[in-house]
Design a protein around this ligand. Structure first.
Ligand code: FDP
Length: 281
């Protein structure tokens, strides 16, 4: 696992440079989910793939920016799914973005995720590593990642980040979101899931939601690259992640680019989500 963390550190330094100096324009390609890829997405993906290909402990990798799994070493132990530059369309307006890595054993399913790592590129570059029991944050200082703190969620937070198009929310979802605001929750939504989820973790707790909607019943966020890694991250910080009914890590995966409705938060908010959704299946 240490080798993987070191490879991610090397890739992170290079991706930071790509963010600062790279072309923020669109490429001519679309990814598997139909998003037009930015040149930044492609450049970041190339760097990560190059670093992971050097490691014999990795069996397979799959990128959100590629259609298929890339095989590395038949005898490798780990499988890694990654989103090289999540929220990349925010770079040209100078908002924070991130990389997300889910590390799996045996197969790419929520049940088999064994670690997750995300990197936030903001005014500072921070790397957060989840091992299932703890969540540790490191900050880039003078070329080194320095340990800063363990992150632990409070039982109840004060922030909510409600994603997707409001006109397409189901009525019970809208009623629930309104009720959190009526309870005093503050809106925090930048449109980048990495900084939005990072903020909730560091400010003690709250709720990030990206529900199923009338136009996208299975939501938008991808299981392997976004949902499972952050579910593992939130559970490692003492919080929860659900698809509304079940632990989202129990949701089956039929295709590497599957999406899932998802809610990440501290215990108080997620228990409310499960209560509301269980009555509205
Ligand atoms: P983006 O498409 O800009 O890469 O990963 C998808 C994502 O960003 C998340 O980072 C973000 O939380 C979400 O989409 C925002 O989607 P909406 O604009 O539909 O809320």
């Amino acid at each position: 696992m240490n080798e993987i963390i070191e490879a991610i550190k090397i890739a992170t330094l290079e991706i930071q440079e790509i963010i600062i100096t790279g072309d923020t324009g669109k490429s001519d390609n679309q990814n598997s989910t139909g998003d037009t890829q930015l040149k930044l997405d492609i450049a970041s993906d190339i760097v990560i793939e190059r670093e992971f290909k050097k490691l014999s402990c990795i069996k397979e990798i799959v990128s959100e920016e590629q259609d298929d799994i890339v095989k590395i070493n038949e005898n490798g132990k780990y499988l890694i799914a990654y989103d090289p530059l999540d929220g990349s369309s925010l770079v040209d307006v100078n908002l924070s973005v991130g990389s997300i890595y889910g590390i799996y054993e045996n197969d790419f399913t929520g049940a088999n995720i064994v670690a997750s790592i995300y990197v936030v590129f903001g005014p500072r570059v921070e790397m957060v590593i989840a091992d299932g029991k703890t969540l540790k944050m490191y900050r880039l200082q003078k070329g080194e990642f320095v340990y800063i703190q363990d992150i632990k969620l409070e039982e109840k937070g004060k922030l909510q980040a409600p994603g997707s198009t409001q006109q397409c929310w189901y009525p019970h979802h809208k009623t629930m979101i309104d009720a959190f605001f009526a309870d005093g929750y503050r809106l925090r939504y930048s449109g980048g899931m990495v900084p939005d989820l990072h903020q909730i973790l560091l400010k003690g707790g709250g709720l990030f939601s990206y529900p199923g909607t009338s136009d996208k019943p299975k939501g938008k966020l991808r299981q392997l690259f976004e949902v499972f890694p952050f579910a593992f991250t939130y559970k490692s910080a003492g919080g929860q992640a659900t698809d509304g009914i079940n632990d989202v890590l129990e949701v089956p995966t039929t295709h590497i680019h599957d999406t899932s409705p998802c809610f990440f938060g501290s215990n108080y908010e997620i228990n409310i989500v499960k209560e509301v959704y269980s009555k509205n299946v």
